[in-house]
Write a protein that binds this ligand. Structure first.
Ligand SMILES: *Cc1c(COP(=O)(O)O)cnc(C)c1O
Length: 428
């Protein structure tokens, strides 16, 4: 890819190895600016690179000697080489947990790992994407950081803006979980609840960008979306590095807009292209909640087009009824031999509790979706349990307490006496 331009790759550029924005539909190239749609065909733009050439061993050593956060992968991201010295929340390098107890319970024999992104600064994977978008906003001289959010993104933008000295003004559907609302408000920026679904919020933000009000605004997932998306590649890099520079056989990823899934696949392909991992087939599986399953519905029906839905699920962080990257997710699941599945809200709750009970990890509803879907994929023979499997937990259960609160209560409430404890039948 673009081998002829490697020599021109500049190491002191504000965008590091990134060379252009390119249209995912027609391939037309544009300069690295706050653009998100192709002027020729309106297709979505993504960051194109002159990736480092040369000995993979040297690159691997350079990465391994970097900081314990996403900036260790700066040579593969659209950020300046000195990015680690700028005020940012420095997310990433979260734990990859070998989940032997859960594997036993689900019958996975090839090795099962949880990539636990609840360990990020604002307790969701969104800190990764915001970190990259924020650097682009800094370079473009934008002064207000903004987003349309299903909850986690609002908190991640608020926190990153606070640390980096940006004004922030973020937009959410008015009926989100208390934990998400408080997390988004506490960092001191403006938080606006919109009466409507996420898709309404997103449409409103597109209008704002087109209006003079929006001048100087960086909407991380709208006009900065090409940069934002690249943050998800770091999940692919970390998983492979933490496995000892190997690809897994199967990877189970939640789908909201589908950006994360498509960029993890992009990251895996880059690692192969760079010779950092040995090439082998891997299968990408997408996970949705039944109450918002436009992509899995299209997958199962064999359609290429994703029909929008009106979301109704407890997995609110994934409740995007009209996912921008839906068709690309379908392509990737089909190309890699994976699948897209969905689970009911009841199965989401069961899966949250299963993961907590077996591995001591308390996931938010999105993690219940991925673990629940993993179970369903195995039960229906769609995922080979003899393969090495990675499942993502992208958020923290403390943000979605409502999902499990009704069924997670004290075993007993007693007077502080041994007699009372014995009478409760808990003496063992
Ligand atoms: C945003 C989000 C995702 C995935 O979002 P995409 O739009 O598909 O990239 C997954 N999990 C959680 C917890 C999220 O907040």
């Amino acid at each position: 890819m673009a081998a002829q331009t490697v020599a021109s790759a500049s190491t002191d550029s504000a965008f590091g190895p990134a060379s252009a924005l390119s249209c995912r539909e027609c391939g037309e190239r544009f300069p690295l600016e706050p653009l998100f749609a192709c002027e020729a065909c309106f297709g979505p733009l993504e960051v194109a690179y002159d990736l480092p050439s040369g000995d993979p061993e040297t690159l691997r050593k350079r990465i391994e000697s970097g900081p314990n956060n996403i900036w260790r992968y700066a040579p593969l991201l659209p950020v300046p080489a000195d990015v680690a010295s700028k005020p940012n929340l420095n997310p990433g390098f979260t734990k990859l947990v070998k989940a032997d107890n859960l594997a036993r319970e689900l019958g996975v024999t090839g090795g099962l790992h949880i990539k636990d992104d609840s360990g990020n600064p604002t307790h969701s994977f969104k800190d990764r994407v915001v970190a990259i978008a924020l650097e682009a906003a800094r370079t473009f001289g934008l002064t207000t950081l903004s987003c349309s959010s299903t909850g986690n993104l609002a908190g991640a933008v608020g926190a990153a803006a606070a640390r980096a000295g940006f004004r922030s003004c973020v937009f959410i559907p008015h009926d989100l979980e208390e934990g998400k609302v408080v997390m988004a408000a506490v960092y001191g920026g403006e938080l606006v609840g919109i009466e409507g679904t996420y898709d309404d919020v997103n449409r409103f933000c597109s209008e704002l960008i087109g209006d003079p009000i929006g001048e100087g605004w960086g909407f991380v997932n709208v006009n900065l979306r090409p940069y934002y998306g690249e943050g998800s590649k770091t999940l692919a890099y970390e998983i492979c590095e933490q496995l000892g520079w190997r690809l897994p056989d199967n990877i189970v990823i939640p789908i909201a807009s589908g950006s994360q899934l498509t960029k993890i696949d992009k990251g895996l392909r880059e690692l192969i292209e760079l010779g950092l991992v040995e090439e082998k087939p891997y299968r990408v599986y997408g996970a949705q909640a039944e109450g918002c399953s436009p992509v899995s519905t299209a997958f199962k029906a064999g359609h290429d087009v994703v029909r929008p839905q009106k979301p109704n699920t407890i997995a609110k962080s994934l409740a995007i009824g009209n996912p921008a990257d839906g068709p690309y997710v379908l392509d990737i699941a089909r190309r890699t031999g994976g699948a897209v599945e969905d689970v009911t809200d009841e199965q989401v709750v069961d899966a949250i509790k299963l993961l907590a009970r077996t591995e001591g990890i308390f996931a938010e509803t999105a993690g219940g979706v991925t673990v629940g879907v993993l179970r369903k994929l195995i039960e229906t023979g769609q995922l080979d349990p003899a393969g090495e499997t990675v499942v993502l937990n992208t958020g923290d259960g403390l943000k979605t307490l409502d999902a499990v609160a009704p069924t997670s209560r004290p075993t007993a409430a007693i007077r502080p006496s041994l007699d009372a404890f014995r009478a409760a039948g808990l003496a063992g």
